[in-house]
Structures are given as C-alpha cells and as structure tokens.
Design a protein around this ligand. Structure first.
Ligand code: URA
Length: 434
C-alpha cells in the first residue's frame, strides 16, 4: 500500500477499506508515514468526513495500536465516563466521590488539558503529593479497595490516538466529528470498562458548535460502543459559558470539594447529576433517574461522597489536609477584581476566550511538554442571565504575573456580552442519545 494512494482516495471521497485504515494507523504509529503526509490525509478527512464503517475501522485500529486493559479482576459492572472537553469542567472530580460512595466501581483513565480545555489529571495534581501514574496492578487494586481510582492515560493505551491527536491539534483538524468519535472511543474501549457514559459538550467552550453536529458525534460514538458490545449513552450538555464558577486547576479542585460538601453551583450539579444518574443506571444500581438522584443527593448530604474523595486522594498519595482546607490550594500572588463597564443582564460569556485566557495565565499548555502553573485561574462571579450593574465585580483573575493579569482583565471584559433585556438561565441538558 502507498500513503499517496490513500490520501488521493480520501481527497476524491472514496471509502477506504478496513485493511487500508489499519495499515495507515499502524504505519503512522510506527513512524513509517511522516507527519506531513498524515496531515494531508487528516485535512482530506476534515473536508470529506468518514463513513460509519470507516469511523468504526479507525476506532478499532487505534484501540488495537497498544495495550487493552483487563479489568476483569474488579467485580461488578465497570462504568467509564468521558467528556469531549470544556472550560471549568470538574464533573469527573465530583463523580469520583459520588459514584465511589455508592459502591459502583469507577476506574477512570483521564487525560491532561490541551488547547483551551482543561484536564482532570492536571487539576488533581494541584493537590501536593497526588499521583496519577499508577501501574495497571495499582489501578485495579485501588478500585478493589476504595472503589475509585484515576490514572493518566499511559503511553501504551491507544498510542495511535495520542500521536494523531497531537498532530490534529497543530493542523486544525481536531473538530471533525468522525475524528473526535474515533479518538474518544478508541481510548474508552482500550481502558477495559463495561459501560460508557459520554458527555458531548456543545457551545463556545466546546469543539461542537451546533446541536445537529453534536447529535451526529453522539450517535457515532454510541453506535461504535454498541457495536463493541458496550452499553453506551451520550448526554449532550451546554458548554456555552464556563461550567460552574471556577476555571483553572487548583481553583477547580476547590470548587469540586465545595460541591461534594453540598455547595455546588446549579449548572454544574445538573450536569453532574445527569451523567451520574446514567452511570448508576448503566451499572445496574438503579433503574431510573429519579432513584439515582435520591442516592446521589444522600451521598452528598451524609458526607460519604466527600469522604470517598478524601479516601481516593489519600490512596493516591495526595495530602488530604489541602482538600480539607481547600482554600490553601489557591495561592496565586495576584487576585484582581474585574468590574462591569455597563449595566444590564449577562447574555453570554465566551467560554473559549476564558479557556484561552487561563491558558495564557499559565494554567494550560500550548504543547504537551509545557509545565503548567496550577495556582492561576479565574472565578466567574456573574453567570449568563444574572443582572449586573456598572462597577460590580463580574470576575476575579488569579495570576502570578502583572502583565498577564492585565491581559486577562481585558479578555474577560471582551468575553462578557451584557445587554438590557432580561434572559432565562440556559438549559444544561440538551439531549440524550442511547
Ligand atoms: N477529546 C478526545 O479525547 N479526543 C478528541 O478528538 C476530542 C476531545
């Protein structure tokens, strides 16, 4: 086979066979196809898309490019959860406590932040001592002893996706639905779970910007999961403004801990409860969302979800005194108030710009090798639909560099659209695809 023939085929919108896709993925992973030719192929896919068969074959080839975890030593139905990315998305942190407290094994493989979106592993590593570098044995032992474990995706898990994702990031080919579907599903299928609950985010902070596109992505992933014999559900959620009130790393852990103690913001908790309910149903714990919500509410109000989170952090080497006293996690040297320059109602907050601003402050990376500053971030003090008066604080910037904080201040003012007309709070759950 020749890579130029395959690029040409995709450019002419001719369907590739499963053998061709497998060869392409294996050859690229092994360094036999250079980045410039793979980039051309990806761009052809971006314009012409992939058929359902091609998407499935690409997923399988990427899943099989590395190890497939065997979680059979963990009893019960192992449910995994994955988000297609967002700004202020600390849902997994909260679900680790809740789902673990409800005796459902939660073996979570997570990624680091890239682009404007944050990563759960980076957030957790803001707790001194916390380690997500678990061997397969430690990962399984931790789930068996405390019900929950979170590990960073190892180099051996779907390595083809790791390499392709990095290339997509720098060739503007991240946001094509078949490429996203195969990227997410290859990792989930390699991580050995029995059921998968997907959070397909939609809006300015997400990769999907219209509901039809989000439904197409959700349907593709659900179909791939089902074809592999895994119960798969996709929830389409609103990511048109930052989720909750905090964006960053340490600051998001603090918000997650507050949420586990019962003080989570409404928009965030609606997403947590909907995804959590679908996880509990998929695990066979309950048969409807109403019952699931009662269990989750109880786990928060009786403190068991918070205690489970502490147990998991402790098991993974984290210093729980920082979780107990979560304000101590936030130690940026500069805290700047951002004040509204007009009165009215908040109509939108550009979540992409907010995510980019936190990255610029040092809270995210531009390449995988970059170090991040976990102490920086921001608090969104006024959310969409809130009323605001000139001079009121709409946000706080947390930073360590005056010039960057000045730039963040300007960006935040730009990210907010304030108008005279009153508007309703946005709906958080936009669709569920089963
Ligand atoms: N998250 C992933 O894991 N892959 C994508 O392509 C997009 C979001």
């Amino acid at each position: 086979m020749r890579i130029t023939n395959l690029i040409d085929k995709k450019k002419s919108n001719i369907e590739l066979t499963s053998e061709e896709i497998k060869w392409l993925v294996d050859s690229y992973t092994n360094g036999l196809i250079p980045d410039y030719q793979m980039s051309a192929f990806l761009m052809a896919v971006n314009f012409n898309g992939l058929s359902d068969d091609e998407t499935y074959n690409l997923t399988m080839a990427m899943r099989d490019s590395g190890d497939i975890l065997d979680l059979s030593a963990i009893d019960g139905i192992k449910v995994d959860k994955h988000s297609s990315g967002g700004v202020g998305d600390k849902v997994t942190l909260i679900l680790l406590g809740i789902i673990g407290a409800l005796d459902v094994p939660f073996a979570k493989m997570s990624g680091r932040g890239l682009g404007h979106t944050g990563g759960t592993i980076d957030k957790l590593e803001s707790i001194p001592g916390f380690s997500s570098e678990l061997s397969e044995e430690e990962f399984i032992d931790n789930v068996n002893s405390v019900n929950v474990a979170i590990a960073s995706q190892t180099a051996d898990l779907a390595p083809a996706d790791k390499k392709l994702y990095a290339l997509r990031d720098v060739t503007c080919t991240v946001d094509e639905t078949s490429l996203i579907a195969s990227s997410i599903m290859s990792k989930k299928l390699a991580s050995g779970c029995d059921a998968i609950v997907l959070d397909v985010t939609l809006g300015s902070g997400a990769f999907m910007h219209d509901i039809d596109e989000a439904r197409r992505l959700a349907t593709k992933m659900v179909n791939i999961g089902k074809k592999c014999g895994k119960k798969t559900i996709a929830v389409i959620t609103n990511m048109d403004e930052p989720l909750g009130t905090c964006v960053g790393n340490a600051i998001e852990v603090a918000e997650a801990v507050r949420s586990l103690k019962g003080y989570g913001p409404g928009d965030l908790m609606e997403v947590v409860y909907t995804l959590g309910a679908n996880m509990l149903i998929a695990a066979g714990k309950v048969d409807n969302e109403g019952k699931a919500r009662i269990l989750m509410d109880t786990a928060i109000s009786n403190g068991s979800a918070y205690n489970k989170f502490l147990e998991m952090v402790n098991k993974q080497g984290g210093d729980i005194s920082y979780v107990k006293n979560y304000d101590s996690l936030i130690n940026a040297s500069i805290i700047r108030e951002v004040k509204a320059e007009e009165s009215g109602f908040v109509h939108s907050i550009d979540a992409h710009l907010i995510g980019e601003t936190v990255r610029m402050l040092g809270g995210g990376r531009s390449s995988l090798e970059d170090d991040i500053d976990v102490s920086v971030g921001m608090v969104v003090n006024k959310k969409v639909a809130d009323s605001v008066k000139t001079g009121q604080i709409i946000a706080f910037v947390y930073g360590n560099d005056e010039e960057k904080v000045d730039e963040a201040y300007k960006n935040i003012l730009k990210a907010y659209t304030i108008k005279d007309e009153r508007i309703d709070k946005p709906k958080m759950i936009l669709d569920i695809i089963r």
